[in-house]
Design a protein around this ligand. Structure first.
Ligand code: 5CA
Ligand code: ZN
Length: 408
């Protein structure tokens, strides 16, 4: 698929700091240790509605990882998918008497615009599930052949499932107990009660064609892909095993990232799928998780249409820590707008305090598990101080652009 436009990232003077990031699997903040090319897969949208501030917060968090790796001199190979065929898309299309293909294309186009406006650096590959179907079919056929997948005994709808225990490591990514797994599996797209499955936690790989649902002919029979195998296959084909970071919102810890890892590991007989599993916290509105099903959404495109500066949206979302569940409020936006104005005035001064110390602080805070509240506080302090260095305003504007993605 076509991705969105990029923009140049300025070089920052001084010494970069290697990134330490919380890893869900080991439950600790650990150094990321990429080679010359750092590889990152961030799960993309299911395009049945516009991008809300929760989605945006997640893509912004991992955009900082991208920027810090660039600062450390890595070539960053970033891949993102688009779940352009799945139940929620079909359900919304039926509800709105829309064509599911047109709905997906429209919302994906809007997502690209929102990401570009928020200055999220684009992935190198932006890959749809639909365009990946031949690869997914080949992967499911391989799992069937190796005995890690099986067909349910159902003449009418011979769906294919994954034996969740196939790798012997199931659960290593989330660390959840069985009760938590059962709950999230049922809540987040799983089908524990599907008759014919060998185990309630076995996950769908290939859904045999149903009347009135789109399907694709294949050697598996006509059907469409399950959700987790989509991300395993897209990540594997673009990046291979042992990717430096697999990321998404915390609602993807289980089942999605547990099964994506298990599928990829069963396909390759290698471990691990990812060397780091990163998860951003949930953004809510008035104390409730922002979600399509609850209808409490604030859309990036709505704010943009109302004339809000996308840099204020970005700054507002980054003013909280990415691992802290938090609510969006108009206060957060007002504060961000005031701060943006102050920062812009500070870098428009003829002289200011030297940049070097501030840049070190920005790097130190961001390299410490993306501590944006501390980085923002350091920039606030610099903005309030007077100084005599005529080079500092430009150097600081470039550092804030490169590291925080805020164009002043
Ligand atoms: N297409 C799948 C991933 S393969 C999917 O989860 N799509 S999504 O559109 O539902 O979500 C896109 C990303 O936004 C995911 O990483 C998800 O975890 C994240 N996300 C969804 N809601 C929120 C929220 N309220 N706060 C923070 N992140 C969120
Ligand atoms: Zn995914």
């Amino acid at each position: 698929m076509q991705t969105w436009p990029s923009h140049p990232v300025p070089d920052v003077a001084g010494t970069p700091r290697p990134l330490r990031l919380y890893d869900t699997s080991s439950a600790q903040v650990r150094p990321t240790a990429p080679g010359p090319t750092a590889t990152m897969y961030v799960c993309g949208i299911t395009p049945y509605d516009a991008t809300h501030l929760g989605h945006a917060a997640t893509y912004l968090a991992f955009d900082l990882v991208h920027r810090l790796w660039l600062d450390n001199g890595h070539d960053v190979h970033y891949v993102q998918n688009v779940t352009d065929i799945d139940d929620p898309l079909l359900e919304r299309a039926i509800r709105d008497q829309d064509d599911w293909v047109v709905l997906g294309m429209r919302e994906t186009a809007l997502f690209r615009e929102d990401m570009a406006a928020l200055r999220v650096l684009p992935p190198r590959e932006f890959t749809g599930a639909v365009e990946s179907i031949p690869d997914i079919v080949a992967a499911v056929a391989k799992l069937l052949a190796s005995g890690t997948a099986y067909r349910v005994d159902d003449q009418e709808f011979p769906d294919i499932y994954f034996d969740h225990a196939a790798t012997g490591r199931f659960g290593y990514e989330s660390g959840y107990d069985r009760e938590t797994m059962d709950r999230f599996f049922a809540e987040r797209g799983g089908d524990p009660d599907r008759p014919g499955k060998r185990h309630p936690l076995d996950a769908l790989l290939w859904r045999a064609a149903r009347p009135d649902e789109p399907s694709w002919p294949s050697e598996l029979g006509p059907g469409r892909p399950g959700w987790h195998i989509e991300c395993s296959v897209i990540a594997l084909n673009s990046l291979g095993m042992g990717i430096d970071l697999q990321a998404g919102g915390s609602d993807l810890i289980f089942p999605h990232h547990e099964y994506s890892a298990a599928h990829a590991e069963a396909l390759t007989s290698e471990h691990p799928f990812a060397r780091h599993y990163g998860h951003s916290a949930m953004i809510g509105l008035d104390g409730e998780k922002m979600s399509k099903s609850k209808g409490n959404l604030v859309f990036v495109s709505r704010l943009r249409a109302d004339g809000v500066d996308p840099m204020a949206i970005r700054l507002g979302l980054l003013s909280g820590h990415y691992r802290q569940d938090r609510s969006w409020t108009t206060d957060i936006l007002d504060t961000a707008q005031t701060r943006l104005t102050a920062w812009r005035a500070a870098v428009a001064r003829p002289s200011a305090p030297p940049a070097a110390d501030l840049i070190t602080r920005l790097r130190d805070h961001l390299a410490n598990d993306l501590d944006t509240p501390q980085a923002i506080a350091a920039m606030d302090a610099w903005s309030r101080q007077d100084g005599t260095d005529p080079q500092a305003p430009t150097a600081v504007a470039q550092a804030v652009d490169a590291l925080l993605g805020i164009k002043l």
